[in-house]
Design a protein around this ligand. Structure first.
Ligand code: 5GP
Ligand code: MN
Length: 338
């Protein structure tokens, strides 16, 4: 962070602080937010975590979860007041304000100093303080870095350690993705030393399936998986009726795209879901093919090189056709490159 001394001086006195993160928060979004929340409240700051949407119940165990406010229209006025009165607003795990919907408008209007902490590509220039690195495996890793910059690693307790561990574990795909550096393991070793219980966190996050969700995964894999063997692409296509049939909750489709990517030889995988008001997509790749660019160029999206998402206002069929048409253009790269 460039102006670290000014930032430190700001935090030296108790402040009114808002922490926000991207819509449909995942374990890194919520884990980095609540890791930071649990750190800041130790110093008597008045801290409110506000998420742009709700999030899945496998994240509810995190310390501080009960104090999180998820934006909805009924809460608009009181959230607007909190955001407006804040001295500092931390924006975690997203890089542009349009990723947080109506909340982004409120954050943009607030006179609070903004702090961007993120590891996505192409950050928007809206914050006074920035801790940004695409080398970071997770925003939770950057929260650890921030506490280190504040010379305060000793203050990390079990609650903070477990929130940060959850973010790093999930964003590295359980320490499998290329982002899993020696530094990641060093930080995780420190989090364990500060009390993080790794098997507890792993079970809370990964072994929290409903029977319904497992049946849905079975259905999606047997009935809705398409494999384009000639170009090493696999995708899952879910209609609005499919989603309704299994009464899917927030988070139920999380990770599904990874099954498509796990097929031998597949270089790019997608899930394309009709959510009624729009068609939402998740993209994953292995190797050099950039799904971030693919999402940006075709589906008004973004993310990381190997994990990105986007959306479309077209019908499911039109979106699928566009996807198939655009992905064919990358045939050579998908067949020949690693
Ligand atoms: P997921 O597929 O797990 O929802 O998201 C993968 C990555 O892409 C995450 O880092 C997420 O923030 C990003 N992402 C997902 N959807 C969108 C989108 O519509 N726009 C942008 N800019 N990023 C997205
Ligand atoms: Mn992240």
């Amino acid at each position: 962070m460039q102006n670290l001394d000014t930032f430190k001086a700001l935090l030296a006195e108790p402040k009114k602080i808002v922490i926000t993160t991207h819509q449909n928060p995942d374990a890194d979004a919520l884990g980095s937010s609540l890791g930071l929340y649990n750190y800041l409240i130790k110093y008597n700051h008045e801290v409110q975590v506000i998420t742009p949407t709700d999030y899945p119940d496998f994240l509810f165990w995190m310390k501080g979860n009960d104090d999180v406010i998820a934006y909805n229209e009924q809460l608009h006025d009181s959230i607007a007041e909190t955001v407006d009165k804040a001295d500092l607003i931390f924006c975690l795990d997203f890089s542009s304000l349009n990723r947080i919907n109506e909340l982004g408008v409120l954050v943009g209007q607030s006179n609070a100093k903004k702090v961007l902490i993120d590891h996505h590509l192409d950050p928007e220039d809206f914050a006074e303080f920035v801790l940004w690195s695409t080398q970071a495996a997770a925003t939770a890793e950057l929260i650890y870095d921030l506490i280190e910059l504040l010379d305060d690693l000793d203050s990390i307790d079990q609650d903070i350690a477990e929130c940060l561990y959850a973010g790093i574990m999930t964003d590295t795909g359980s320490f499998k993705h290329p982002s899993t550096t020696a530094k990641v393991h060093t930080i995780v070793a420190q989090l364990i030393a500060h009390g993080a219980q790794v098997s507890k966190v792993s079970k809370l996050i990964y072994d929290n399936n409903s029977v319904n969700r497992l049946k849905f995964i079975g259905f999606a894999l047997s009935e809705r998986l398409y494999v384009l063997e000639n170009i090493n692409v696999a995708y899952i296509l879910l209609s609005n009726e499919d989603m309704a049939r299994f009464n899917l909750k927030s988070g139920d489709t999380e990770g599904l795209v990874n099954y498509a990517l796990s097929i031998k030889g597949i270089k790019m995988a997608a899930i394309i879901m009709d959510k009624g008001d729009l068609v939402k997509m998740s993209f994953r790749s292995v190797g050099e093919f950039s799904v971030n660019e693919f999402a940006q160029n075709n589906f008004n999206g973004g993310g990381h090189k190997n994990a990105a998402g986007g959306a479309s206002k077209m019908t499911l069929k039109e979106t699928e056709d566009k996807f198939l048409n655009e992905i064919q253009k990358h045939k050579n790269q998908l067949i020949h490159e690693n």
